[in-house]
Design a protein around this ligand. Structure first.
Ligand code: MG
Length: 370
């Protein structure tokens, strides 16, 4: 099996109600820039990154895939994923100018496509290739009811609907708005509406300073919150360590970290409790696995971020022992051949061979039109 061609892909899918916001970002579409890797056997592997659908940025990612990494892949056997990951990591000239950012988003998309090919060629879903089991329970928590730009009544009614009709037993709320009292009001209202048995997560998206995080974060304890996600700036290891020592509510982070070494620094410092790697921001499945192993060594649960809209992460969760809970956001479900399926709040193990990112016909038509 040899790689014969890399085909660029950029897909932009609309988000819920045409626009969502957290404390730091506003977006109308979710971006999936990536690649289709063609082979001489006819198998095609798909891998995408996850972005805010800014076309110029997505083109940079796709250009990096095609021109910085592509020539090193042609003629290679895609099943030798680990060796290819090392080759791209060591030999691609792009690493001289960027060891994270676009370089890693691009390598992540390629790595996912290579694992997709390996699983498709073996005729099994990725979780099975990785040694997982469909018997494992992988719970879903839903973030798509708690956006910061939605009025409080909408957030409350959406969260109730997710619990009562969707079967979810855990939801996430975006906080970190300009008024901390309003943040606390939102959390309190949702806690009252959902009762004591539903788990609530909160996400600040890196907005607070350390004193704000200490002040408002410590009050979240009153509402029995599972975690505070990215309370302060994404890269600040020491700040998160100090916060973790100060407040009782656990800290979750990782969606903005680009390498396994970033995770090592946070984990080793005691600056994170729930580890949230994202396969599309790390350099793919290969590096995700390193992070999940590391977290397990420190007895930390791994709860992946949903940059892939859970299509790949669901496979990783059915396979890796550190993962039992996974975020859910539905924005790519109308564009994938086999969208993630959740029944009564739990993921159903995918049956189709591959890593889960094969676009459906509608997506391919859209991509070809663009
Ligand atoms: Mg987040």
């Amino acid at each position: 099996m040899k790689i014969t061609q890399l085909e660029p892909i950029i897909l932009h899918a609309p988000v819920t109600r045409g626009g969502i916001a957290d404390s730091t970002h506003k977006l109308s579409h979710w971006g999936a820039p990536g690649v289709a890797i063609h082979t001489d056997t006819g198998h095609v592997g798909y891998g995408f990154s996850g972005t805010h659908a800014h076309l110029a940025t997505d083109r940079l990612i796709v250009d990096c895939i095609l021109h910085s990494f592509g020539p090193l892949l042609l003629g290679e056997d895609p099943r030798e994923v680990l060796a290819l990951w090392e080759k791209l990591h060591k030999q691609a000239e792009i690493y001289w100018v960027g060891r994270a950012g676009i370089t890693h988003l691009a390598l992540g998309a390629i790595d996912i496509a290579l694992w997709d090919l390996k699983a498709k060629e073996a005729g099994v879903p990725l979780w099975k290739l990785l040694g997982g089991s469909a018997q494992k329970k992988v719970e879903a928590y839903n973030t798509d009811g708690g956006w910061l730009n939605w009025p409080l009544e909408t957030v409350v009614s959406d969260c109730k609907r997710l619990v009562e009709e969707g079967g979810y037993r855990a939801v996430k709320l975006k906080i970190g708005g300009p008024n901390p009292r309003e943040d606390l009001r939102r959390v309190e209202a949702v806690r009252q509406a959902l009762g004591p048995d539903i788990r609530i997560m909160t996400d600040v998206n890196g907005r607070w300073t350390l004193p704000q995080a200490i002040q408002t974060g410590s009050r979240l304890q009153d509402f029995d919150i599972v975690w505070i996600e990215e309370p302060i700036y994404f890269d600040d290891v020491e700040g998160h360590r100090r916060l973790a020592e100060t407040i009782a509510t656990p800290i979750a982070l990782g969606e903005q970290l680009y390498t396994a070494s970033h995770f090592r620094d946070f984990i080793h410092a005691g600056a994170v409790h729930y580890v949230q790697p994202d396969v599309v921001r790390l350099a793919g499945i290969t590096e995700f696995w390193q992070v999940a192993d590391l977290a397990r060594c420190y007895s930390l649960p791994v709860v992946p971020h949903v940059g892939d809209m859970c299509q790949v992460h669901q496979h990783l969760c059915f396979a890796h022992p550190a993962c039992a809970l996974l975020e859910y956001i539905p924005w790519l479900r109308d564009w994938m051949e086999t969208p993630a399926k959740i029944v009564d709040g739990y993921y159903v193990a995918p049956e189709a061979p591959g890593a889960g990112m094969t676009p459906n016909r509608r997506a391919l038509e859209e991509i070809n039109r663009a």
